[in-house]
Design a protein around this ligand. Structure first.
Ligand SMILES: Cc1cc2nc3c(=O)[nH]c(=O)nc-3n(C[C@H](O)[C@H](O)[C@H](O)COP(=O)(O)OP(=O)(O)OC[C@H]3O[C@@H](n4cnc5c(N)ncnc54)[C@H](O)[C@@H]3O)c2cc1C
Length: 397
């Protein structure tokens, strides 16, 4: 097939679709993005008290993301120094490391394996993260460090996650190098905005509907629960099994004298039903709140804290415990995502194994193995090469 005649329709104009389109456009293919709804999860809203994010607060940078941002001309801002400090909150205590000396010593065999016997750590198929961890790590480390850290990224029910999907990228020798987390001056929404501008300038067309009867390659970058008609019933049945987390995001703007008594990225929680994590936005990036205010984002499990008043009351009670007094809250903003992001569990692992790609239908989304935006970008180039190779198009740009 010749490059200039090859037409590609990418379904979904969220970051996944934009990233897929960016790399396919770099291969000089004729790309259109089809999205009848325009409902991406990545949204920044500016309120009079400051900036709020409804999904990603930052992007974990790697070389591929740096190259993409430089190429589209989007300036990024790094976390402040404080962002390197992460905290655990357990039994009413805040700490940097929740294990005692003896429990910490029990980690030595694990580090030994990482250094000399990494292949024995490779997760096997259909093994939950919990079972993998109990085989290789002290239980206390899994329960208090590993599980808590991951719940801020992968949501609740960490025990059920697939070790293969979650750990493989970390243990992979070829994993892309992490360069720390970044955001943008006016928030994360600058990324899709600037990508759209770049793609439009480079000939990518944005459509509400695909024109009828076109011979084309199709890339599905929609959520697994909202598939376009180019996906056949067999694939739809497989993808119906992909579960999604119900997550709520609550941004609090508090007066300076009510801000958290610690400085850092934020905290993850144990023994606080429904509360998963806290991100101290004002500590991480400048200008996240207006003069005299401090901004923080709470991530909660929407199946436990079922509505806005439930979530606000629990956070207020927890704040009271943490700062030792009633909070002086100027405003709070609540957003519930009934289906925020996919559950990276064994069901998803099996769905991805069963799913067949053909030379004219591909999948590139946050349920195909990379939940975070940095990882999606890191995979974009090899994805576009796979599309070209399957269609006998030279991969050289
Ligand atoms: C609360 C929360 C916090 C997060 N925190 C982080 C973080 O800190 N860092 C990080 O890297 N990631 C984070 N993520 C993950 C990241 O934001 C998402 O994985 C990513 O934005 C998902 O993008 P997407 O394009 O795959 O999906 P979406 O944003 O859901 O976009 C899908 C698009 O497809 C369209 N669509 C739906 N159905 C169809 C159809 N049938 N045909 C055509 N189009 C269709 C929709 O309108 C939408 O525009 C977070 C996510 C959430 C929800």
């Amino acid at each position: 097939m010749t490059r200039d005649k090859t037409e590609v329709f990418v379904y979904g104009a969220g970051v996944s679709g934009l990233i897929a389109a960016y790399y396919l456009n770099k291969k000089k293919l004729k790309v259109s993005i089809v999205d009848p709804f325009n409902e991406p999860v990545l949204q920044t809203h500016i309120k009079k008290e400051g900036l709020i994010e409804w999904a990603a607060n930052s992007l974990l940078m790697n070389l591929e993301s740096k190259e993409l941002l430089d190429n589209i001309g989007l300036e990024y801002i790094n976390y402040s120094e404080a962002g390197k400090k992460k905290f655990f909150y357990r039994s009413g205590e805040l700490c940097r490391w929740p294990l005692n000396f003896i429990e910490s010593l029990q980690l030595i065999p694990f580090f030994f394996k990482i250094l000399f016997f990494k292949k024995y750590l490779k997760p096997k198929q259909n093994v939950t993260l919990k079972n993998w961890s109990l085989k290789h790590l002290p239980e206390a480390f899994y329960e208090r460090v590993f599980k808590r850290g991951l719940q801020g990224v992968y949501g609740p029910n960490i025990d059920k996650l697939s070790s293969n999907l979650v750990l493989k990228p970390f243990l992979d020798q070829r994993k892309s190098k992490s360069l720390g987390s970044v955001s943008f001056k006016s928030g994360m929404q600058e990324l899709p905005k600037k990508l759209k501008d770049y793609l439009t300038k480079n000939g990518v067309i944005f459509l509400k509907q695909e024109p009828v009867g076109k011979k084309a390659i199709r890339v599905v970058s929609t959520p697994a629960h909202s598939l376009p008609s180019c996906v056949d019933n067999k694939a739809k049945e497989i993808l119906e099994k992909v579960m999604y987390h119900n997550i709520s995001i609550v941004t609090f703007f508090v007066n300076e004298d009510s801000k958290m008594p610690f400085s850092g990225f934020g905290a993850v929680f144990e023994d606080e039903p429904g509360v998963l994590g806290l991100i101290l936005n004002s500590e991480l990036f400048e200008n996240r709140a207006s003069e005299g205010l401090s901004s923080e984002t709470w991530i909660v499990d929407g199946t436990i804290l079922k509505d806005e008043s439930n979530a606000i009351d629990s956070i207020q009670a927890l704040r009271h415990k943490m700062i030792g007094k009633e909070s002086d809250v100027t405003a709070h903003y609540y957003k519930n995502w009934e289906r925020a992001f996919p559950v990276y569990d064994i069901k998803l692992e099996n769905a991805l194994k069963e799913l067949e790609v053909s030379k004219d239908l591909f999948y590139f989304a946050n349920w195909t193995g990379s939940l975070g935006i940095g990882k999606l970008i890191a995979k974009g180039k090899s994805f576009s090469e796979e599309v070209c190779r399957s269609n006998n198009i030279s991969v050289n740009e």
